[in-house]
Design a protein around this ligand. Structure first.
Ligand code: 13P
Length: 362
């Protein structure tokens, strides 16, 4: 029996529902479990060229391919962060295929640190026809072919971000349903390509809504997403969920305590996310670095849920190193120190062992 037949057989043997296509669920599950391994979390370094421009503008760095490479290379070469705290790195397509200054492919740096390379495969949230003020994430066309190339390049997991905005009369059922459906089709296509899909339905913090409204919409969206995943025959053992936390809008006049965010997030997820999912890796979504860490820590201290809970932060891991670097070679060490600190704080938070005093000491 050749390897492919063998994989197909094993896939059928351990798959669920009526899915019969060749898929090695045990291997997908191993990757998903590694992404949420104890004390580790994901570095979301997959800013599109437009988003990284915004980040670079803030630190006065020109958005060139070389600067993007130098910046990301300094993160991946930071052993202190990468070896102990980072399980996987989500990359923008350019980075997956990029070569470092000394000729080493950037994916090799990630692999050498024991982390798994991943790829953002969505093509962004685009205005949704017929639904003013709402977006639908696009990128399903040709996804299977792209994934085959990304797999050959070393990617073992992927990310697709659906964006849900809370505003007057929003979100609508039409937009929630369409985004959940696209997430589920993406996840099915990934699994068939032996790539673990990170399923990311993000409810934005933009707006003045209170925490109760975020709670309600988060439950609604997660319920819809898991119904779609089931209909599209996605094996939950082979995904990682990347949700928002249940939190007040940025413009809300009242602030919820760390404890309330933690309690509400756990209870919303317990009510909507099946226990077959190996892990939850939160997005930071515009929370401050320390807030994102404190909330994750509080949830892990409370415990009592069936999944691992860790981080998949972009801004909350990178804001400090970006500022420290500011595009200067002489600042690389300072930037790596800042990255290692945030990675360590979030690693501790994923175990419920963070302490605010560690921030002040640093
Ligand atoms: P933030 O942590 O900055 O929200 O980014 C995470 C991410 O990958 C969004 O898709």
């Amino acid at each position: 029996m050749d390897g492919r037949q063998d994989a197909a057989r094993r896939g059928r043997a351990c798959s669920i529902g009526s899915r019969t296509n060749p898929m090695d669920l045990a291997a997908l599950n191993t990757i998903a479990e590694r992404l949420v391994a104890s004390g580790k979390g994901i570095l979301a370094a997959d800013e599109s060229s437009g988003t990284i421009k915004k980040r670079f503008d803030a630190i006065g760095v020109e958005n060139t391919e070389e600067n993007r490479r130098d910046y990301r290379e300094l993160l991946f070469r930071c052993g202190e962060a990468m070896n102990g705290c980072i399980s996987g790195v989500i990359l923008f397509e350019e980075t997956l295929y990029q070569i470092g200054a000394d000729g080493t492919p950037l994916v090799k740096l990630i692999e050498a640190a024991g982390a798994i390379p991943g790829i953002k495969v969505d093509k962004g949230a685009k205005p949704m026809a017929g639904f003013p003020g709402e977006t639908l994430t696009e990128g399903l066309d040709g996804l299977g072919e792209r994934l085959a190339k990304d797999y050959a390049q070393g990617a073992r997991f992927a990310k697709w971000r659906a964006v849900i905005d809370i505003a007057d009369g929003l979100p609508t059922w039409g937009a929630v349903k369409a985004n959940a459906h696209a997430l589920a089709r993406y996840a099915a296509i990934c699994q068939e390509a032996q790539i673990v899909p990170i399923v990311e339905p993000e409810i934005l913090m933009d707006g003045a809504h209170d925490i109760a409204r975020c709670d309600e919409v988060t439950r609604w969206v997660l319920q819809t997403v898991f119904a779609e995943l089931a209909e599209q025959r996605v094996a939950l053992e082979g995904i990682v969920l990347k949700p928002n936390m249940v939190i007040c809008g940025k413009g809300c006049s009242s602030r919820a305590s760390v404890e309330e965010v933690a309690q509400r997030t756990i209870s919303a997820l317990k009510a909507t996310v099946p226990s077959a999912v190996p892990g939850i890796a939160y997005l930071s979504g515009g929370q401050s670095d320390e807030e994102a860490t404190a909330h994750l820590d509080a949830m892990n201290r409370i415990g009592g849920f069936p999944w691992k809970m860790t981080f998949s932060y972009g801004r909350a891991l990178q804001a400090a190193p970006q500022k420290a670097w500011s595009g200067r070679t002489e600042n690389v060490t300072a930037a790596q120190k800042a990255f290692a600190h945030r990675a360590k704080m979030n690693s501790l938070a994923s175990l419920g062992r963070w302490d605010g005093a560690l921030e002040r000491a640093a």
